[in-house]
Design a binder for this molecule. Structure first.
Ligand SMILES: [Zn+2]
Length: 255
């Protein structure tokens, strides 16, 4: 059941949070100065007052963008193409910070993720993905189905952030199937009807994937059933067919 988890590597430079934050500051050093001196980044026209928002330069009529560097609380004035680059680096920083936070929640050593990334010359994101798969296997074998389900959902959110949510179809299936069965970390009562529910966030992810890979309802149904059948275990409330009917009635309430 873990065969779909391998080989999701992407190509991009290897970075860590402080490194990438330094890169942001270094790349836009002169733009920090432009802001401090109220200077147009295109024509170097100097304004008498602070440039408070995005505007057209009254001297050269080019667009001036204003942005904020969170780590140093400095502002920058940017040209259009610099603005795009700034946003890309900022996005990467936010993703790595998010990874750091999720590592903490799932007891993954972020320092180790960083070190492995340097050692193996792979992106933090890819090492993180590998660690998530390890933790998945561990949680499942320890029958911590509650946390396992949360982890599967978080993995889908990660794929979404990386613009490849379509790879998360089976992960969404697992979250839905386990939570419909009221999964719990309690080893004495692992499935509880009172905990049974379907979350809108999972349905939303499913719809997004459905759209992206052009899956019709019958395809989805057969994929769901064949993936979840082997996951059916003692104490569960719904088998994969029954679970699918419930999910489908939420996805397509008109029938
Ligand atoms: Zn100008």
């Amino acid at each position: 059941m873990f065969k779909f988890l391998r080989g999701l590597f992407t190509e991009a430079p290897i970075v860590t949070v402080p490194k990438i934050e330094n890169e942001l500051i270094r790349t836009f050093e002169k733009n920090i100065e432009y802001y401090k001196n109220n200077t147009c980044p295109h024509c170097q026209f100097q304004y008498p007052e602070e440039i408070k928002r995005k505007r057209k330069c009254k001297n050269c009529s080019n667009e001036i963008f204003r942005e904020y560097i969170e780590s140093t609380k400095e502002r920058v004035l940017l040209k259009g193409e610099e603005f795009k680059k700034f946003k890309l680096i900022e996005e990467e920083i936010n993703l790595i910070k998010w990874i750091q936070k999720e590592c903490e929640y799932f007891n993954i050593d972020f320092k180790n993720v960083e070190n492995l990334s340097k050692e193996r010359k792979l992106k933090i994101q890819d090492i993180f993905w590998g660690e998530l798969n390890k933790v998945s296997i561990e949680l499942f074998s320890k029958r911590k189905f509650g946390k396992y389900s949360l982890l599967r959902r978080m993995m889908v959110i990660f794929l979404k952030k990386e613009n490849r949510i379509e790879k998360g179809l089976f992960l969404v299936f697992e979250s839905l199937f386990l939570e419909l069965n009221g999964c719990d970390d309690n080893l004495n009562k692992q499935f509880d009807l009172q905990l049974s529910h379907i979350l809108d966030v999972d349905l939303g992810h499913l719809s997004l994937i459905e759209e992206k890979i052009n899956l019709d309802v019958d395809d989805m149904k057969s994929k769901f059933i064949s993936h979840c059948k082997p996951l059916f275990m003692k104490g569960m409330i719904y088998n994969s067919e029954e679970a699918w009917e419930l999910i489908n009635s939420r996805l397509n309430p008109m029938g």
